[in-house]
Each structure stands twice: as C-alpha cells, then as structure tokens.
Design a protein around this ligand. Structure first.
Ligand SMILES: [Zn+2]
Ligand SMILES: [Zn+2]
Length: 100
C-alpha cells in the first residue's frame, strides 16, 4: 500500500492521497479546487525517509514533495521493467547481410 503523489493543476501543490482514494474526488487544501485522485502506475520510495509512494505515468521526471519529510523527489521513469524484457533478445541482422 502506498500514497498516490500528484499535483493540483491549479496551484501545483503536491498532494498525497492513500491509493484507496484513486478515482475519488478530493479538494485541494490550498485552492479548494476539485480534483480526481489519479491511478498510479509508477511505484517508488522516498530517498530520504523511504516511505512508499506512487504516481501516474505522466509524472515521470516531475518533482514532487514527499508528504512525510517534505523532500523534493523526482519521480522515476516507468520503463525499467518493460525495458528489461525488450532487451532479452537483441536483434542481430548480421547473418542476413552476409548472404553471398
Ligand atoms: Zn490547488
Ligand atoms: Zn520522505
């Protein structure tokens, strides 16, 4: 279980909601804007306090504030696992080019 970390699109405040709240409506504590809690795709830990966090895919490389220790965190890219799968068998077209 982890907190979903995302930003209010009105005031860009970082918000952290339990992942049970995904798809539900919350109100920004700063500007009172109505927000829908996104479904997280990227799961990571705070490098400072090691708490479990998650964010939607579009937040990769975005800087958010940790809800526990207020450290600035850059959300990692989602691609790591899928990239490994693609690298299992790299294509080697050499044989085709050596045909006489
Ligand atoms: Zn706001
Ligand atoms: Zn933290």
């Amino acid at each position: 279980m982890s907190d979903v970390l995302f930003k209010c699109w009105m005031c860009t405040k970082s918000l952290a909601i339990s992942d049970k709240g995904s798809g539900k409506i919350v109100y920004c504590p700063d500007c009172s804007k109505q927000l829908t809690v996104p479904y997280p795709k990227i799961f990571y830990n705070c490098p400072s306090c090691d708490c479990s966090l998650s964010s939607p895919e579009e937040y990769a490389q975005t800087t958010l504030a940790c809800p526990n220790c207020d450290t600035d965190i850059t959300v990692p890219e989602l691609s790591e696992e899928t990239a490994e799968e693609h690298n299992v068998a790299p294509p080697s077209p050499q044989n085709d080019n050596n045909n006489p």
